[in-house]
Write a protein that binds this ligand. Structure first.
Ligand code: BG6
Length: 482
């Protein structure tokens, strides 16, 4: 039947670095995200903000007071959490996805004991959630790593970071297991292959290894850290449910030429492989073969096969934004790192940021994953970015967002009707926050408008958009009224 189950987890999602702010309060240490600088569009052709190089990093440190480090401000959830959670409660949220800032608890990553203020802050946030019947869904790391680990160990390139991370996650489990039932270890673990600074807090330029080897080595460390964390859940917090997460990129063959279909299959295998490992507990042959062909030699972690086998997750989470078409034609198939360039699909519209709008792709993806993994799927990010306008009456008429979400929720409903097991949906940036790729406040996703601009000017007051009232109804009717 095409219906959302009664306990469907409706909600919205955020991340600490993009939303929390308070970067220099409560003893928080800096994270590598705090060194990503907002650059104007005209400069963006030359500099992509999230791909920080060692030279850029040094420059950013020199100009700490001059540059616009928007992630440091986020949307100031640190000071607004009570009213923010009250608004989510008003919408009837069943769950709220947020992440914990590692450096708020362990400022450099190396401390034995956590920072008390940080520990209290998250207790307060969870308490506030429960006041409104909201189950927190916590991501243990949404990219942000203490910058000290980037500077001293080259981030996830070093296996030592596994120990520091597991020390941190064991603390999270011991401290919060009774307040948080749903957890995700790593946000979009596959993003390290797109941006190694963002996803791995590392500089490929500083590694002795070839670029791709360095990235896959760091990813291996993340997969181990995730599995060791899952193992600890099993031991100490069996009532908690833990998931992995990838940025799901559903690819289509550009034509029905077998070569295009094969190239697409390979891209999809590449997109899925971290989830294959985290759900099935072993590296698939397709990726091992890819390593052999490319001469990528991984220094395997001791007992890695056993660790991965024991550290499999309860649910598979995805972000889903867009789809792309793949061609094997050498004139069209320009390689970008390990990927082939995505081509525009003439059958779908695009957002103001060029992302293909494709609700059917979500239905396809859910079916695909359901067949492949057979465990519940959680859509923990999806949404439409737009330049919303706050009217003089302090309203935002975002019908475009409602249309987008209605179509995606309809697709989920149909996928459920196809037999897919979907446990919840948390739309991205439910309260406006700083965009990740663009380091920009005015690329908005929320049901709630935050009065701030790209430079951090504004009152940071919150206003309900039209989509707020629409989503409230959706939740109230458990998706009967879309
Ligand atoms: C996901 C990330 O990839 O996409 C989020 O997990 C991010 O952190 C979201 O914000 C949307 O991307 P952007 O660049 O529009 O913020």
């Amino acid at each position: 039947m095409s219906e959302f189950q009664k306990d469907f987890l409706w909600g919205g999602a955020t991340s600490s670095s993009q939303f929390e702010g308070g970067y220099n309060e409560g003893g928080r240490g800096l994270s590598h995200m705090d060194y990503i600088r907002r650059v104007e569009k005209s400069d963006k052709e030359k500099v992509f903000p999230i791909n920080v190089t060692p030279e850029m990093f040094e420059e950013h440190k020199q100009k700490e007071d001059e540059y616009n480090f928007a992630f440091r401000r986020g949307s100031d959830f640190y000071h607004h959490y009570k009213e923010d959670i009250a608004l989510l409660g008003e919408m009837g949220f069943k769950t709220f996805r947020m992440s914990i800032a590692w450096s708020r608890l362990f400022p450099t990553g190396l401390e034995e004991e956590p920072c008390e203020d940080g520990v209290k802050f998250y207790h307060n946030v969870f308490k506030e959630c429960h006041k409104y019947g909201i189950e927190p869904l916590v991501t243990m790391i949404h990219y942000d790593i203490p910058v000290y680990l980037t500077e001293t160990l080259n981030g996830w390139e070093s296996p030592k970071v596994i120990d520091y991370f597991v020390h941190y996650t064991k603390f999270l489990i011991d401290e919060y297991k009774d307040e948080v039932k749903y957890w995700i270890t790593f946000n979009e673990i596959n993003m390290i292959m797109n941006s190694s600074y963002l996803g791995g807090g590392l500089f490929v330029e500083k590694s002795d290894k070839p670029e791709e080897t360095c990235i896959h080595q760091a990813l291996h460390h993340q997969l181990i850290a995730s599995a060791l964390t899952v193992n600890y859940f099993r031991e100490k917090a069996p009532k908690c449910q833990v998931g992995n997460m990838i940025a799901r990129l559903q690819n289509y063959p550009y034509t029905c030429k077998p070569a295009d279909v094969l190239a697409t299959q390979q891209q999809n295998q590449f997109n899925y492989f971290p989830t294959d490992i985290q759900v099935k507990g072993y590296y698939p042959n397709s990726i091992l073969n890819y390593y052999r062909k490319k001469g990528i030699e991984i220094e395997w972690y001791t007992n890695y096969e056993e660790i991965l086998k024991e550290g499999t997750v309860d649910f598979a989470a995805i972000s889903y934004y867009h789809t792309a078409a793949i061609s094997a034609d050498p004139d069209k198939a320009e390689p970008i790192g390990a990927f082939i360039r995505n081509l525009e699909n003439p059958y779908i519209d695009i957002t103001g940021w060029g992302w293909g709008i494709d609700p059917t792709g979500l239905r396809i993806s859910l079916n695909d994953m359901n067949d492949r993994y057979g465990i519940p799927i959680f859509i923990v990010e999806n949404g439409l970015a737009a330049r919303d306008i706050l009217t003089e009456n302090l309203e935002v008429h975002d019908t475009y967002r409602i249309d987008y979400m209605r179509a995606h929720l309809q697709a989920i409903k149909e996928a459920i009707g196809d037999g897919c097991s979907v446990m919840g949906y948390t739309s991205w940036g439910c309260i406006d926050l700083v965009s990740c790729g663009d380091c920009q406040m005015t690329k908005r996703y929320g049901f709630i408008y935050v009065d701030a601009d790209d430079e951090g000017n504004g009152t940071y007051k919150r206003y309900r958009k039209d989509s707020f009232h629409w989503y409230k109804k959706v939740i109230e009717t458990n998706g009967q009224e879309l």
